[in-house]
Design a binder for this molecule. Structure first.
Ligand code: FSO
Ligand code: SF4
Length: 540
């Protein structure tokens, strides 16, 4: 196996024996093959569109979910991946018959091997099949960005929103990663174009979330526990949460959020549920310890799953693109109501969660709420009470080196405000960093996709201050990344013209020296140093 798609890749170069995430070589092979056949079907759909033929929404959805399934930590269930390969090949064969001219297609569009051939084929089509290291680097950078985009599309699709243009781009760009005639420059242009669609994809999801659940508002979230049996819901899918809250209503079973589901509390629509009890635990990587102590069933709606301990494996359920062998998967497609009764009955047989923390955290600073406070914020900037905003969005992870972000947050000058989104916040959202004239020093916009809110806020401030360039704002970017959603967020920021982003705790292993050089020279991308050095740099 060879995989280097996430920040925790072995030795900062690539997982070759087994994934640090827990992915085994046989699963890695099937994920590689799923990507290959998804690229193949994308070449077919792209050709169909060129011939002016319609592509069904269900095909778009399948392609997005295929990609989402291969995101780090999302799905460890080899059987589920094999089934996806089979179904995708069958659909692709059907689509091929609709195409007038097939001479334009790459090999991947024609491959239709039997299951007994999957392993051999997988070994020939992985990351290392591209020999030129710069082309490989760009192909993977694009593919990972598209995986992130597919996750956001999938969540919007669950709320019955879609953008055919974004889907068409996603498939065109995926197919382009098979095209040997494309140069390094062509692929760089495509990478930046992916950033444009990243912005569109996050905007679509923002629209889907806010039209379904209202605009996030300032909210205090309880991090302690009550004395009822409960279900813990993790991941990013708000539609799953809505269905779970509806079905648990009046059953005596509470619902708590975990990790990236925390921002659900900020939406007005979820406040009507008296049994929506609070947030339990921290970022994804602490789950093995925290799930053990939760006692009740846990529903993983997306990544990030850590291979479960035997002590709670029977309480772990998955749904959507997530999966784990031996854990019950709750099915249900777009527009269908999922049946969570098994989890609810299971919860009733379990003890209430053990308290691991108590108190409250505050969040809900997505664009609408922050813009409602715009006058207060602008005054604070004009008076000098706020000197800098530091965007510290992104992901958390296991690496000890990530303590840098806690130390950095603690060491920031008292007139600096942190803008955050994604699970990166758990490195500092329980520190008492105080406020500036009533404005908390950590403003949490929401999930990683709500980085879109941070961009909207920056663009608004640029307008209010009459600036011509977003980089003239008193905003610096110190972003932490882990998996592929962070890649599309990064490409989106680059597309919006943001320069000098610092990315840590390490730069992606999939950036070849030449590709990294392009990012450094054109966008000022840099890694992180020591807290002291970086503070000097940012506050020079
Ligand atoms: Fe974190 Fe995991 Fe949201 Fe990621 S829980 S790491 S970037 O999935 O997507 O922030
Ligand atoms: Fe390794 Fe990350 Fe790939 Fe898992 S997802 S195999 S940890 S590079």
């Amino acid at each position: 196996m060879f995989c280097y798609q996430c920040q925790e890749t072995a030795g900062c170069t690539g997982c070759t024996q087994a994934g640090v995430c827990g992915k085994k070589p046989d699963l890695a092979a099937m994920q590689d093959l799923l990507i290959y056949v998804t690229k193949g079907i994308s070449a077919v759909t792209t050709a169909l569109r060129k011939e002016g033929k319609a592509v069904a929404a269900s095909t778009d959805h399948r392609i997005s979910v295929n990609l989402f399934t291969t995101i780090t930590n999302a799905n460890f269930d080899k059987e589920a991946i094999v089934l996806r390969i089979r179904e995708t090949l069958a659909l692709k064969e059907e689509l091929l018959t609709q195409l007038s001219d097939t001479t334009v297609l790459p090999d991947a569009a024609f491959w239709n091997g039997k299951e007994s051939e999957y392993e051999t084929k997988a070994a020939a089509v992985g990351v290392l099949a591209t020999k030129d290291e710069d082309i490989r680097s760009l192909r993977e950078l694009i593919t990972y960005g598209l995986k992130g985009l597919s996750a956001y599309s999938k969540h919007a699709n669950a709320l019955l929103k879609s953008d055919p243009e974004t889907d068409a781009f996603l498939q065109r760009a995926l197919a382009a990663t098979l095209d040997d005639s494309l140069s390094v420059d062509d692929l760089i242009a495509l990478t930046l174009e992916a950033g444009k669609y990243g912005v569109d994809g996050m905007a679509l999801l923002d629209e889907a979330n806010t039209s379904a659940y209202g605009n996030p508002e300032i909210t205090k979230v309880n991090i302690g526990v009550r004395n009822n049996p409960a279900i813990l819901i993790s991941g990013h899918d708000l539609k799953d949460l809505e269905m779970l809250l509806d079905q648990t209503n009046g059953t005596g079973v509470d619902v708590y959020t975990h990790s990236e589901m925390l921002p659900a509390h900020y939406y007005p629509a979820f406040k009507k549920y008296p049994h929506f009890a609070g947030n339990y635990g921290n970022a994804w990587w602490k789950q093995t310890e925290e799930f053990e102590r939760f006692h009740g069933p846990i529903l993983m709606t997306t990544n990030c799953i850590v291979p479960p301990k035997a002590s709670y494996k029977d309480r772990l359920y998955t749904t959507g693109a997530a999966g784990y062998p031996g854990c019950k998967h709750i099915c249900g497609g777009i527009g269908e109501t999922k049946d969570f009764s098994e989890l609810i009955e299971h919860a009733k047989r379990t003890a209430p969660p053990e308290e691991i923390e108590h108190g409250e955290i505050i969040g809900g600073f997505a664009h609408n709420q922050v813009l409602a406070l715009a006058d207060q914020i602008v005054d604070a900037v004009k008076s000098g009470a706020i000197k800098k905003f530091v965007v510290m969005a992104g992901c958390d992870g296991r690496a000890k080196s990530r303590n840098y972000y806690t130390d950095f947050a603690k060491a920031l000058p008292k007139d600096a405000v942190i803008l955050t989104a994604g699970c990166a916040k758990y490195k500092y959202n329980k520190l008492d960093l105080g406020d500036i004239n009533g404005i908390p020093r950590v403003l949490d916009a929401g999930q990683c996709n709500d980085s879109y809110s941070l961009a909207v806020i920056a663009l608004k401030l640029k307008e209010v201050f009459g600036l011509s360039d977003i980089n003239e704002l008193p905003i610096v970017y110190n972003i932490s990344w882990y998996e592929q959603k962070a890649v599309i967020v990064l490409l989106s920021l680059l597309y919006l013209g943001v320069k000098n982003i610092h990315l840590g705790p390490t730069l992606p292993a999939f950036l070849s020296p030449n590709v990294a050089k392009v990012l450094v020279e054109n966008f000022g991308i840099a890694g992180i140093g020591t807290v002291e050095d970086d503070l000097k740099l940012f506050f020079a």
